[in-house]
Design a protein around this ligand. Structure first.
Ligand SMILES: O=C([O-])CC(=O)C(=O)O
Ligand SMILES: [Mg+2]
Length: 620
């Protein structure tokens, strides 16, 4: 039974909170906790433990109780002042990668301070720990490598994956984000260096969605043997030292994983600092078997209810993995489903500006991969919900262009499976601008992974067809965006409604300030995951994605619309995530997929009470 764990006094579990999953959440903030299960003669180890370290914020009483005197300068600072100091330091760095490295160092040193910074300064720091900077970090991961983060599973571990999972010190993992590094953002194959993505995504799970973090504390790395010898000296006030596995903490956690099957990136293969297997990618049966072993081992080790988020797999594997495991595992593909949900939310909100219903619009995509076809399908599904029309009818309002031109019926025989539903009757059209002129879309969506494809001609064509062209340039990072905010506003003479995957600054055109929205799946997956976890959902259902989209769209207010925004600001993300979580959980209960019974009465309040808070706890 996973109860409050050892950081919280078990007797004082309070109302609210997910009692059997979370001990240390907002609902228990006021109570003192024991930072250390195995107390030792010197507090030095406590200070080196990122999960419990507070640096100069340790109070006099804590310094007394935990043998810290002399190990710290005399000053005692508040967490707020520490935060101010580090923000000031970060702003001195002009190179984004330096900020990224400073943030990673902070995460490794003082986890709560890291999350406090991230939560309080989300709009400023999201581009540092996430897109676009995380993309550059992955490209240079070998050169900037310090302490390993996350779990690496390579071809070398074939046949032993379960053992490797057991090397990870946390037993109670709740969310896994896994990549094989083949399609990192729009940057392509970065092999093992894709690890930056699962690490970054899981930081957002915690900062934006309140799911417990993934960093490892020293207590939990203690082996049974170490525990035993320490046990001879002392034991913790609540009497719990280690269980028989040498694991001292039952909290449910996040786990970043990279599966290394090689890389086809020549530059990395020749890079002396590359951290992965120096071989070309395994494919076919070898790949399938490794992934199958992985999926089975995860279920065996962590049980049915661990949420496995697939991230940045190449198209040819992403669809298949999702299809193969969605009936046996709790799986979610962020690039297909998360992106679809966030874009649909933007469209639902944009209807207030554009008028009409979803079914009144025509959609053209550049890019027919995971994001493109995932979004297209969810739009068609929502249209069906709204109109009662069969989904095949609705698909006809949605057109996709790939690298060979408009997807049309005459190409059907040579198309990959996931593109086939979008092959409608039409003459072949090879260029995007001609497709815009032929299809006359009201909405243009870029999911190609290739930058600068929405040229002046394309945007002007959209603006000549539509009073308010809706243009979404979703490819990440910024370098891969189909066009910039400035280009969209200028070339449409200030008429475009624009959103992008990576952030752009506000832009002034003709005396008016336009604030571009960020249509990034970071709006959805943290709240979505929280909703799945708090309801104990056993499977992901498309209706849960639709519920998430509707919940996000409902957070856009009149004030946002006035600025041309179709997404609420990221600064409100914790509240937004709680609302998304509540709607997703409600849908899981309605569909009979929830296993945490009975259903809490007020799901929003419940979600909020479960969320991790980065404020320092008071130590006994
Ligand atoms: O990471 C992001 O910013 C969004 C995403 O999933 C991707 O581009 O693959
Ligand atoms: Mg992704």
């Amino acid at each position: 039974m996973m109860n409050g764990g050892n950081l919280v006094d078990n007797d004082s579990a309070v109302a609210g909170g997910v009692e059997d999953m979370y001990g240390e959440d907002i609902a228990t903030m006021g109570q003192p906790v024991t930072p250390w299960t195995v107390s030792v003669a010197s507090g030095y180890t406590l200070m080196r433990d990122p999960r419990h370290n507070k640096g100069v914020a340790f109070t006099e009483r804590e310094r007394d109780a935990h043998y810290l005197h002399g190990l710290l300068p005399p000053i005692v600072l508040s967490q707020e002042l520490q935060e101010k100091r580090i923000m000031h330091m970060l702003r001195q760095y002009k190179v984004p990668l330096q900020r990224y490295m400073a943030m990673m160092d902070l995460q490794e040193r003082n986890e709560r301070l890291f999350y406090k910074l991230l939560i309080d300064n989300v709009e400023e720091l999201l581009p540092v720990v996430y897109t676009p900077t995380v993309g550059e970090a992955c490209q240079k991961y070998g050169s900037i490598f310090r302490r390993p983060q996350g779990l690496y599973i390579s071809l070398k571990e074939k046949g032993k994956i379960l053992e490797v999972l057991k090397n990870w010190p946390e037993r109670s993992v709740q969310v896994i984000v896994v990549t094989d590094g083949e399609r990192i953002l729009g940057l392509g194959d970065l092999g093992c260096q894709g690890m930056g993505i699962p690490v970054g995504k899981l930081s957002l799970y915690t900062a934006l969605g309140g799911v417990r973090p993934s960093a490892v504390s020293i207590t939990k790395t203690t082996s049974f043997r170490d525990c035993f010898s320490l046990f001879l000296f002392s034991f913790s006030p609540n009497g719990r030292v280690c269980n028989e596995n040498g694991v001292t903490d039952d909290f449910l956690q996040c786990l970043p994983i990279t599966i290394d099957v090689g890389t086809n990136n020549e530059k990395l293969l020749n890079d002396e600092f590359y951290i992965g297997l120096r071989q070309r990618r395994a494919t076919g049966q070898e790949y399938t078997e490794l992934l199958h072993e992985f999926m089975s081992a995860v279920k065996q080790n962590y049980g049915e209810k661990v949420l496995i988020q697939f991230e940045d797999f190449a198209n040819h594997n992403a669809f298949e993995l999702l299809a193969r495991y969605s009936s046996s595992h709790l799986v979610f593909n962020d690039d297909i489903q998360g992106t679809a949900s966030v874009v649909l939310a933007g469209l639902l909100a944009a209807l207030k500006l554009l008028g009409g219903t979803l079914a009144d619009h025509r959609f053209l995509f550049l890019g027919a991969g995971e994001a493109g076809t995932g979004i297209a399908e969810l739009i068609a599904l929502e249209m069906s919900k709204q109109t009662g029309n069969p989904i095949e009818e609705n698909r006809k309002k949605i057109w996709l262009v790939d690298s060979k031109g408009l997807i049309v019926d005459s190409r059907k025989h040579s198309l990959q499976q996931f593109k086939k539903p979008w092959a409608h009757e039409h003459e072949p059209v090879s260029k995007l601008v001609d497709a815009v002129k032929a299809i006359k879309p009201t909405v243009l969506i870029g999911t190609s992974g290739v930058g600068k494809q929405f040229t002046r001609e394309v945007v002007e064509a959209m603006a000549s067809i539509n009073e308010k062209p809706l243009i979404m340039a979703l490819s990440n990072p910024t370098s891969q965006a189909e066009c910039t905010a400035e280009e969209a506003y200028t070339w449409s003479e200030g008429r475009a409604i624009f959103a992008s995957g990576s952030p752009f600054d506000p832009f002034e055109y003709d005396g008016k300030v336009f604030v571009p929205g960020q249509a990034n799946n970071a709006y959805i997956f943290p709240g979505f995951g929280l909703g799945v976890i708090m309801s104990g959902a056993i499977r992901v259902h498309d209706d849960m994605l639709l519920a998430a989209s509707e919940a996000l769209a409902a957070q856009v207010t009149e004030e946002h619309f006035k600025k041309g925004l179709i997404y609420p600001p990221f600064s409100d993300i914790r509240k937004i995530s709680a609302n998304i979580a509540a709607k997703v959980a409600a849908k899981a209960y309605e569909l009979g997929l929830a296993s945490h019974l009975p259903q809490p009465e007020d799901l929003v309040k419940y979600a909020e009470s479960c969320m991790y808070s980065p404020v320092y706890r008071t130590y006994r």
